[in-house]
Design a protein around this ligand. Sequence first.
Ligand SMILES: Nc1nc2c(ncn2[C@@H]2O[C@H](COP(=O)(O)OP(=O)(O)O)[C@@H](O)[C@H]2O)c(=O)[nH]1
Ligand SMILES: [Mg+2]
Length: 219
Amino acid sequence: MPEQSNDYRVVVFGAGGVGKSSLVIRFITGSFRDSYIPTIEDTYRQVISCNKNICTLQITDTTGSHQFPAMQRLSITKGHAFILVYSVCSKQSLEELRPIWSLIKELKPNISEIPVMLVGNKCDESAELREVSTSEGSTEASLMGVSFMETSAKTNHNVTELFQELLNMEKNRSVSLQLDGKKNKKSKPKKNKDVSNGTITQEGGEGSSGNGKEKCHVM
Ligand SMILES: Nc1nc2c(ncn2[C@@H]2O[C@H](COP(=O)(O)OP(=O)(O)O)[C@@H](O)[C@H]2O)c(=O)[nH]1
Ligand SMILES: [Mg+2]
């Protein structure tokens, strides 16, 4: 059987210093740090639920360099979705995404079915520091045939949206983050099961996506 495991694996690529770790940490923990700690490769996990199944959103934060090609190939092979990050303050960081994008296309023959987001991070930075305009970023994404978004891990702009959009692009399974659409904390006593702070919500409920595919929620 081809593995359609309980894991949904997202891999984050980009040059060193563009804010990959900051984006992932912001998404997972809600915090931001100003210091720069070079990453080799870290994987963060977030429990989500797919209908009645518990599954894991695995986010792999990679190193910016090409020091570990074997690791890079492995992450690509295992990845279900990709985030390609550059800094809007560095044109070079956008250019540096080219080789990894070529490698992704080489290793994923069905690339058109795979969610990929080109992300211009650090959009909070002042206009003078910008080297890549929003329209340049967006044009680049169209040329690549992928989606585009500008983010700031620092101000938390578009961070959740980034992951949400990416999962919304998945066509083979219906994975989506529903962080705000549902008040699944403790606020609303639910008719059905509602495993308190873990909050497994099972019914398709309000935003039911239509085509009868599974719906996944963050827990
Ligand atoms: N202004 C600004 N700085 C950021 C942002 N994201 C990350 N940084 C800073 O950029 C540096 C590199 O971030 P890091 O996440 O370690 O980059 P990585 O090498 O791509 O993982 C750190 O000093 C961060 O504080 C952002 O959205 N805006
Ligand atoms: Mg890092």
